[in-house]
Design a protein around this ligand. Structure first.
Ligand code: AMP
Ligand code: MG
Length: 336
């Protein structure tokens, strides 16, 4: 576990040096932990894919600490993208625009665009600043698994494949950034995330919803992703039906207050707050997968605000849907 170090001036200096020399550092951002390498060292970026077992066709997000660093990355920065950056950076918003030819192909999986974001977490900003280069970083988990919101979760997924893990405590937002493709006229949502669509539309008007399926626009938005080791099922039915359920080994992941005393229930937000539900979603799934459960049953949330990101992650994490008939839980697997 000596890979995990508390954040200090010394460990930040060490981490920055590792990045500059082509190594891998896991670090906290406000969304989830990232697995970072210098975006301009293709060999280092290749190690990210190896460590995560991430397919090479899935492009990475490049993290910057100052607005003017986009000049090294974007060949054009459309007015709408500039407006969004002014309003929401630093923060959980990723903008995709045409790339400069200097951006290595491995970062963008051969696409002509690059995804960029300025995180708001002080540790992430300090690391990027000290490294003196933009940092390419996907979430610091094994490919397909739940994203990590704690340093120990990074270690349990990636272990020796990382050179250093900066421990900055639990990440506050808990789900990944919102990803937007920005063209001169068009703005397309490729992945719902830490900033609500409603907030973004206040700034740039109507945003097209893309990325619902595995899309050539965003190769990484796979249908099956974020999956915990205990299978998760989305509940179809009325909440009252849950009262009939008598089986053990099942946890109901409830985003809202739920009055079912007999079941094991994890409530993601007592107040029914979608932001809070998002913040605790991944850490709760990681905690539950360590217990000998038959299934995790998740109740859907309303698709507004951060509820959109929560439902997006639950759908991708789900093995199928759950129903209750005569006190028995019926689990229906979705077709692959
Ligand atoms: P991750 O870093 O694992 O949170 O995922 C990054 C997301 O951004 C994935 O869904 C990628 O497919 C998407 N992405 C990154 N770069 C691009 C790009 N140039 N064009 C479209 N989608 C991208
Ligand atoms: Mg990821």
């Amino acid at each position: 576990m000596d890979k995990i170090v508390k954040v200090s001036r010394d460990t930040l200096a060490r981490a920055a040096q590792i990045i500059r020399e082509g190594g891998l550092v896991a670090f906290p951002t406000e969304t989830v932990y990232g697995l970072g390498a210098s975006a301009f060292l293709p060999q280092a970026v290749a190690r990210i894919f190896e460590a995560k077992k991430r397919p090479r066709f899935d492009p990475l997000i490049v993290h910057i600490a100052r607005r003017d660093e986009v000049e090294k990355l974007f060949s054009t920065f459309p007015p709408k993208a500039q407006l969004l950056a002014e309003q929401f950076w630093p923060g959980p918003l990723t903008l995709i625009c045409p790339k400069k030819k200097e951006v290595p192909e491995i970062v963008t999986a051969g696409l002509s665009t690059v995804a960029v974001r300025m995180p708001s977490h002080p540790v992430a900003l300090e690391l990027i600043t000290r490294a003196g280069v933009p940092i390419a970083a996907p979430s610091a988990n094994r490919f397909g698994h739940v994203s990590p919101t704690r340093a120990e979760e990074v270690f349990s997924d990636l272990g020796e494949a990382v050179d250093l893990i900066l421990d900055g405590g639990k990440t506050p937002v808990g789900v990944e950034s919102t990803v937007l493709l920005v063209e001169e006229e068009r703005v397309v949502l490729l992945r719902p995330g830490g900033i609500a669509l409603e907030e973004l539309e206040k700034v740039v008007g109507k945003i097209e919803i893309g990325g619902k399926e595995e899309s050539p626009l965003s190769p990484g938005t796979l249908k099956k992703h974020y999956a915990p080791q205990v299978p998760l099922y989305l509940f179809k039915g009325k909440n009252e039906d849950l009262k009939e359920l008598t089986e053990n080994g099942i946890v109901v992941l409830a985003p809202f207050p739920l009055d079912v005393s007999r079941l094991k229930v994890r409530v993601l937000s007592e107040r029914g707050d979608l932001r809070e539900a998002a913040a605790f979603l991944f850490s709760t799934l990681r905690e539950l997968e360590k217990t000998p459960l038959r299934a995790i049953v998740a109740l859907p949330v309303e698709e507004k605000g951060l509820g959109r990101a929560v439902m997006d992650r639950l759908r991708r994490a789900a093995s199928g849907w759950a129903q209750i008939k005569a006190g028995k839980l019926i689990l229906v697997d979705k077709e692959e």
